[in-house]
Ligand binder design. Structure first.
Ligand SMILES: Cc1cc2nc3c(=O)[nH]c(=O)nc-3n(C[C@H](O)[C@H](O)[C@H](O)COP(=O)(O)OP(=O)(O)OC[C@H]3O[C@@H](n4cnc5c(N)ncnc54)[C@H](O)[C@@H]3O)c2cc1C
Length: 356
């Protein structure tokens, strides 16, 4: 059955009923990141897309408070009217704010603007048993208590439904441009390191097996092709990216200094990839479950980790790899947010609440 609450009260009632009846829920925003975590079977799909109120926008504070079903495109449109933006957001206007936060799905501008979790100031969440809980604070300095915003970032619908979020906005840069050049992987990685060393705070430096894309933001005079670095740095951009490719995408996370070595290994083994230079993050296209293990093996050898962020069921038999210490703590947190274990159980099986 499809559940479509129109507001938080209706949502809370649906969660209480599901808890009482032991009905398993899958939580959906726009569904762009639904192919994550272990596959699991749900009795009902709870769509958060009806929670579409813009609660408060205070341009002077550069904060906006929206319900979880508001889209990225709507936030950018409203903020853009006042010369502001949400630069950490991914480049998918149809994605919902709740879905982006629950998937920790940040965008390529992370090098300059940081991870998505840093843009979430306050969050209101409905727990599995229908309690409404608030954490964080709308102003940066007023935060006390547990860091609920960071706990919810990346929780993939396993801790609660994000009802409302207050986001920190940024002034829109006067100019932003992407520049592209092409060559073999070694040339691109060497050039990327030169760009990171020579340019003042590039916004993104994205290397692939045959191309390098650099994003610059600032005053128009600063946003020009990196002079003297290559013959041909043409205006351009990286396109849609690796997520959403038919087979699957693995996101590896390694210390930033290890990223060029990881990318060289990926290209040697024939993988297509998109390396966010300077951040340590690399997305690799995979087409078979063995590829997931291969990419993970490379990331682990560089003291990092790798998870499947997009893929059909066959690609997600082991989406996260070995758990870090602390699974018992995650189980206790899950149990306190979702006592009956109705929120996407199995998606992150190791953290599922242990039955009493
Ligand atoms: C089902 C599920 C539930 C989750 N629930 C929660 C939750 O409730 N709360 C929570 O906080 N998280 C949770 N997580 C984890 C959460 O998704 C991740 O923490 C989140 O995706 C972090 O993303 P990130 O963008 O910060 O990237 P990260 O992968 O954390 O990368 C951050 C940085 O660390 C660097 N790095 C990586 N390895 C090393 C290293 N060895 N040395 C130095 N630097 C390194 C990278 O270069 C990168 O710059 C959950 C995940 C899943 C899948």
């Amino acid at each position: 059955m499809d559940l479509r609450p129109a507001d938080r009260d209706e949502l809370a009632g649906m969660l209480r009923a599901a808890t009482a009846e032991g009905r398993v829920l899958d939580i959906r925003g726009s569904g762009l990141h639904a192919r994550r975590g272990h596959p699991f079977t749900a009795d009902d799909v709870l769509h958060a897309t009806g929670l579409t109120r813009v609660v408060d926008y205070v341009p002077e504070d550069m904060t906006i408070t929206v319900e979880g079903g508001v889209t990225v495109g709507e936030v950018l449109r409203l903020a853009g009217e006042r010369g502001q933006g949400w630069p950490q957001a991914p480049s998918q206007p149809a994605a919902t704010v709740g879905g982006v936060l629950a998937a920790a799905a940040g965008g390529r501008r992370r090098l300059r603007f940081g991870p998505i979790r840093d843009s979430l100031l306050e969050v209101v969440v409905a727990t599995g048993d229908g309690r409404i809980v608030k954490g964080g604070g709308r102003t940066v300095k007023s935060v006390t208590g547990y860091d609920l915003p960071r706990l919810l970032t990346g929780s993939l619908g396993t801790l609660g439904v994000i009802v409302q979020a207050t986001l920190r906005l940024w002034p829109l840069p006067m100019a932003e441009r992407w520049f592209t050049t092409r060559g073999d992987a070694d040339e691109m990685l060497d050039l990327a390191q030169g760009v990171l060393a020579d340019l003042h705070r590039p916004t993104a430096v994205v290397a692939g097996p045959t191309s390098l894309h650099v994003c610059l933001t600032g005053v128009p005079d600063d946003v020009v092709a990196p002079a003297g670095m290559v013959d041909a740095f043409e205006p351009g951009g990286p396109g849609a990216g690796t997520v959403g490719s038919p087979a699957g995408t693995v996101e590896a996370s390694v210390p930033p200094a290890a990223l060029p070595a990881l990318a060289r290994q990926l290209v040697a083994d024939g993988f297509d990839y998109e390396a966010w230079m300077g951040t340590g993050i690399c997305r690799a296209r995979v087409s078979a479950p063995e590829d997931v293990q291969a990419v993970r093996g490379m990331a682990t050898a560089h003291h990092g980790h790798a998870q499947v962020i997009d893929g059909d069921d066959a690609m997600r038999t082991d989406p996260f790899g070995p758990l870090p210490a602390g699974a018992d703590i995650m189980q206790r947190i899950r149990a306190s947010f979702d006592p009956a274990g109705i929120l996407c159980p199995g998606r992150f099986a190791a953290a599922d609440p242990v039955p009493a």
